[in-house]
Write a protein that binds this ligand. Structure first.
Ligand code: SF4
Length: 367
């Protein structure tokens, strides 16, 4: 089997400053963190906490919550106390909500200082954030650029997005505050990529990547993988959020798979499965789906292959830690550590594979 952690890295990661969102370091060489956002009403702490826990269970490192009003702000303290992972408060326009979020113990706030009112109000928020060592994420969205910037460039552009980010950064820097991370998002992949590349060439603040309003599960996954993937391959990106019009747990799954595919995250099961073709004599696709589900709880690193026939099956199954390759006549082979360990009935292969994968993952979990 290959040692996947020894395969060449896809990119040299950009050197950035590091900020800490609670216990999670972002930037400065830390592993790329996975983020998602709750879809429950934040004012409902029971429903919100249940979703935060589900996201943490799926592998989210950090979760963001919208804080649109005082009712939502009032629920934050309870949510923070019950959350297993650090939380970000998403604030627009109202500096009082930012102060409440900080008071509640939120680990990061997402706000654009130029949009929350007078210099005095910004100073008040920054002072408390500094005291509590809470970073601020400046979030620039192509769809809500400042009017004068849009007028200057004629329409939203990558240059305009970076200009907007810079404007907000300067407000914080002028107050001596540098616990900053930045996102530059557009629904357009080219604009997102250009904006992030431009930003990365000028600043060393850590970047939160995402393609905004990417779409539904399949379309949004493809667009996000393309856009975020290009930037990760450039070495750009310290934390990512895949935005999907779907259950946010799906966002976390997609983000994790993307990072693993890019060689930027390890841990848990990774499945190689062939698409099957006319050479496969068993209904293999449901087997691959079941194996993925049955191994989704694993924490230790394990690479698993489910293959349909003897053409590419043995090669891929040998490259995995454990694999199965179906053959003809209702039999198949179980591979482990690069070698055949057993010829078995086809219907026994799935359970044998899962048992072996669980044992390997358990042995590696705490290493
Ligand atoms: Fe087809 Fe076999 Fe390749 Fe699977 S491994 S796609 S069954 S040739």
């Amino acid at each position: 089997a290959y040692d996947h952690q020894q395969l060449p890295a896809i990119s040299q990661r950009r050197q950035t400053r590091q900020v800490r969102v609670g216990s999670v370091p972002i930037g400065g060489g830390a592993p790329v963190a996975v983020q998602s956002m709750t879809t429950t009403e934040t004012a409902d702490p029971v429903a919100t906490l249940a979703q935060v826990r589900a996201l943490a269970e799926a592998g989210a490192d950090v979760v963001r919550l919208a804080v649109p009003n005082q009712e939502a702000a009032a629920a934050l303290a309870t949510i923070v106390k019950g959350s297993p992972i650090p939380l970000v408060a998403d604030i627009h326009f109202d500096y009082r909500l930012a102060l409440k979020a900080l008071d509640a113990g939120m680990h990061c706030i997402r706000l654009n200082p130029g949009n929350i009112g007078s210099a005095e109000r910004v100073r008040e928020v920054v002072k408390v954030a500094a005291e509590r060592q809470v970073p601020i994420r400046i979030g620039v969205n192509a769809g809500s650029l400042e009017e004068d910037i849009v007028e200057k460039h004629g329409w939203p552009t990558a240059e305009g997005m970076v200009e907007s980010a810079e404007r907000h950064i300067r407000i914080l820097e002028d107050l001596g505050y540098r616990e900053i991370k930045v996102s530059l998002k557009a629904h357009d992949i080219a604009m997102t990529v250009q904006a992030n590349r431009l930003f990365a060439s000028r600043f060393d603040y850590p970047l939160h990547l995402g393609i905004t309003e990417a779409g539904t599960l399949i379309a949004g996954t493809v667009k996000s993988a393309a856009g975020i993937g290009i930037l990760l391959a450039d070495g750009i990106g310290d934390t990512i959020r895949v935005s999907l019009a779907a259950d946010p747990v799906e966002e976390v799954k997609v983000a994790r798979i993307l990072l693993k595919a890019m060689g930027l995250k390890f841990g848990g099961a990774t499945l190689t499965a062939c698409p099957t073709c006319g050479r496969c004599s068993v209904g293999m696709i449901p087997i691959a789906e079941r194996v993925e589900t049955r191994l989704s709880h694993l924490k230790g690193e394990v690479n698993v292959a489910v293959m349909g026939c003897e053409v590419n099956g043995p090669g891929e199954a040998r490259a995995a830690d454990v694999g199965i390759a179906f053959g003809h006549g209702g039999v198949g082979l179980l591979f482990k550590g690069g070698a055949v360990v057993k010829r078995m009935k086809a219907e026994e292969l799935e359970d044998a594979l899962v048992t072996e994968a669980e044992a390997i993952a358990a042995a590696r979990e705490n290493k």
